[in-house]
Write a protein that binds this ligand. Structure first.
Ligand SMILES: N[C@@H](CCC[C@H](N)C(=O)O)C(=O)O
Length: 266
C-alpha cells in the first residue's frame, strides 16, 4: 500500500492514495497504520478517493475519507483537508487555485498555491449552547460548537500548558451521544488565544483545525463584524477568520515522506 506522510501544525496523517476506491480500509488497519510504535504513526488517516468511486453524491472530484487513529470515522478534519489538498496539488491530481473537496460534513472549498499555506472555507460554526468536561477532578464549563463534527470549547484562566491531558476528559454522554473533541483555550492577546485539545478517537493532538474554529467562534462571542483570530497550538499557529457567514482556516500543510507498506505487515 503506497502512503504519504504529512501534517498541518503537527496534526499528522497517513495519506492513502486510492483514486479508484479499491482499498478495503478496516478500522483495524487504520489503527495499525497510526500506531506510533508498531506502525507508521499518525493522528489519523486521509484516504484520497474520487467521489464517483464512493457512495457519496457531491459536486467535487475528490472525497476526503478521514479516519481517527483508533479507526473510527469522523465527519470532518480541518487540518486534514488542508493536507489532503496539498497532497493533490503536489501529486499533480489537482491544480493550484480554488476548488471543493467532498467530506462527510459536505463540501469544503480549499485555496492554495503551488507551495505554502492552505486556506479552507470551513462553513459557519454552529454555537449550540453549553456543556461540561472534567479533567483531573476539575469541572470546566464550555460552549458546544459544531464544525461539522462535535466540539466543546472551554475557556480557562491558567496557561494551557499547565493542564493534565494525559487522560481523556470526562463528559456527559447524554449531551454528547457521538462523543466530543474537547478544547481548552486561554486569551493571550487581542483576538489571540492559545489552545490544547483532546480529540475524539485520537487523544491529545498537537493541533485540531476544526477545534481552532470552534475556539475562535466561542472566543468571538460578542465581537461584531469580521474578526481574525490567531490560534496558537502546541504544533504551531493558524489563523481563523470569522465573518458571520462562514469561517476561514489558514495554516501550513506539509508533506514529509512517502513509501510503501510491506505486504506481509498490513
Ligand atoms: N484533527 C482534526 C479533527 C479530526 C476529527 C476528530 N478527532 C473527530 O472525531 O471529530 C481537525 O484538524 O479538525
Amino acid at each position: 500500500m503506497r502512503f504519504v506522510k504529512g501534517h498541518g501544525t503537527e496534526n499528522d496523517f497517513v495519506i492513502l492514495p486510492d483514486p479508484d476506491g479499491v482499498l478495503d480500509l478496516t478500522p483495524e488497519a487504520v489503527a495499525r497504520l497510526c500506531d506510533r510504535r508498531a506502525g507508521i504513526g499518525a493522528d489519523g488517516v486521509l484516504r484520497v478517493v474520487r467521489t464517483k468511486a464512493t457512495d457519496h453524491e457531491a459536486d467535487a472530484e475528490w472525497f476526503m475519507d478521514y479516519r481517527n487513529a483508533d479507526g473510527s470515522v469522523a465527519e470532518m478534519c480541518g487540518n486534514g483537508v488542508r493536507v489532503f489538498a496539498r497532497y493533490l496539488v503536489d501529486a499533480g491530481l489537482a491544480p493550484p487555485g480554488e476548488w471543493d473537496v467532498a467530506t462527510r460534513a459536505g463540501l469544503r472549498r480549499v485555496k492554495l498555491g503551488a507551495s505554502g499555506d492552505v486556506s479552507v472555507d470551513m462553513g459557519l460554526p454552529e454555537l449550540l449552547g453549553y456543556g461540561e468536561a472534567s479533567l483531573a477532578g476539575t469541572t470546566f464549563q464550555g460552549r458546544r460548537v459544531s464544525v461539522g463534527n462535535p466540539h466543546l470549547a472551554c475557556r480557562v484562566d491558567e496557561p494551557v500548558a499547565a493542564l493534565d491531558l494525559s487522560r481523556a476528559p470526562g463528559f456527559d454522554p447524554a449531551v454528547f451521544p457521538d462523543g466530543v473533541n474537547v478544547e481548552f483555550f486561554r486569551a493571550v492577546g487581542e483576538r489571540h488565544v492559545e489552545m490544547r485539545v483532546f480529540e475524539r478517537g485520537s487523544g491529545e493532538t498537537r493541533s485540531c483545525g476544526t477545534g481552532t474554529v470552534a475556539v475562535a467562534a466561542a472566543a468571538a462571542l460578542g465581537t461584531p463584524g469580521t474578526s481574525e483570530w490567531t490560534v496558537d497550538v502546541p504544533g504551531g499557529r493558524v489563523t481563523v477568520t470569522l465573518d458571520g457567514e462562514t469561517a476561514f482556516l489558514r495554516g501550513p500543510a506539509v508533506l514529509v515522506a512517502e513509501g510503501e507498506t510491506r505486504p506481509d505487515w498490513i
